[in-house]
Design a protein around this ligand. Structure first.
Ligand code: ARG
Length: 296
């Protein structure tokens, strides 16, 4: 018994030491500045994904959830820029979707659904003022920005199947001078890549297997060293739609197993509730456009 306790202590110590050195070796992402859009015109007025039900939003609740998310970001020393919302553009609040940004380069989105296309007219002048080098895709090449792209180290995963055109991968790799890998989405509930794939760092990513074609599941298994599947309930509670900064994960409230796994991997969790936005098919990651980040 006494020996058992000793072995346990040694194991725990070894594991903690291992995590410590792993953290030292890994590049840590720090989000420095983000863009948010106030939710004053947020609602569900049309249906373009299976989550959306017209008239389902409690506006007071949505506003307080959004403010809480903004406060959470501020507390983590993230600078916030805010773009004014426009009447008649209820999805403008999802600030991740209008562009993909890498350093000073920005690829402008080309929304698949006409309902969202006018958002670009509102965002473009704001982006221009920030002096980004702006790339515009050909008209017929659909693209939905950071909602459909996630970075895994220097590799850019790009979702296709619902919103992005398959041809967009080539354009992105040329414009941003990066390696891209297309992943085919097959489940309408997980229509954007940021709803089903969450890279935590250079070696680990969470994913919802049933959101991807068999071929894309194989691609992920080949490329991601530590690929962790999300259970149905957590995927449906937007676990993949999290944000990681400085060894902290800002995540949707109520995903207990996910939180435990993150803690085991050496991360702290910060839970927020964006349930009103989930009624439109969006979560934390969708509400935040990262403008500046650092890897140290
Ligand atoms: N209602 C919006 C749409 O369907 C939600 C967008 C959520 N954005 C995201 N990055 N997943 O377009």
């Amino acid at each position: 018994m006494a020996n058992g306790v000793k072995i346990d202590t040694v194991l725990i110590f070894k594991r903690a030491l291992g995590l410590f050195f792993l953290r030292l070796k890994m590049k840590t992402k720090h989000i420095r500045k983000v863009l948010l859009c106030e939710p004053s015109h947020f609602s569900v007025d049309y249906v373009i994904n299976p989550w959306m039900k017209i008239g389902s939003i409690n506006k007071t609740k949505a506003t307080s959830q959004w403010k809480n998310l903004a406060n959470t970001l501020t507390k983590l020393a993230i600078k916030i820029e805010i773009i004014k919302p426009a009447k008649g553009l209820p999805d403008m609040v999802f600030a991740a979707d209008q562009a993909l940004i890498k350093y000073k380069n920005l690829v402008l989105s080309n929304f698949h659904y006409p309902q969202r296309r006018r958002e670009i007219k509102k965002y473009l002048p704001w982006f221009k003022k920030q002096n980004f080098k702006i790339y515009k895709l050909p008209k017929k090449c659909f693209f939905e920005g950071s909602g459909e792209c996630v970075w895994y180290g220097d590799l850019l995963f790009v979702g296709t199947g619902f919103r992005n055109s398959t041809g967009v991968c080539k354009f992105l790799s040329v414009y941003l001078n990066v390696e891209t890998k297309c992943l085919e989405l097959i489940n309408p509930k997980f229509y954007h890549l940021d709803t089903c794939l969450f890279p935590l760092n250079d070696t680990t990513a969470f994913y919802y297997p049933l959101a991807f074609s068999q071929k894309s599941q194989r691609v992920l298994k080949k490329l991601v060293k530590n690929l962790i599947p999300l259970a149905d309930d957590e995927a449906n509670n937007f676990a993949a739609n999290s944000l990681v900064t400085d060894h902290r994960v800002i995540m949707q409230k109520g995903n207990k197993n996910f939180a435990v796994k993150l803690k085991d991997l050496g991360y702290k969790t910060v839970e927020v509730d964006v349930s009103e936005f989930m009624k439109s098919g969006g979560g934390i990651h969708c509400l935040v456009q990262t403008l500046e980040e650092e890897y140290a």
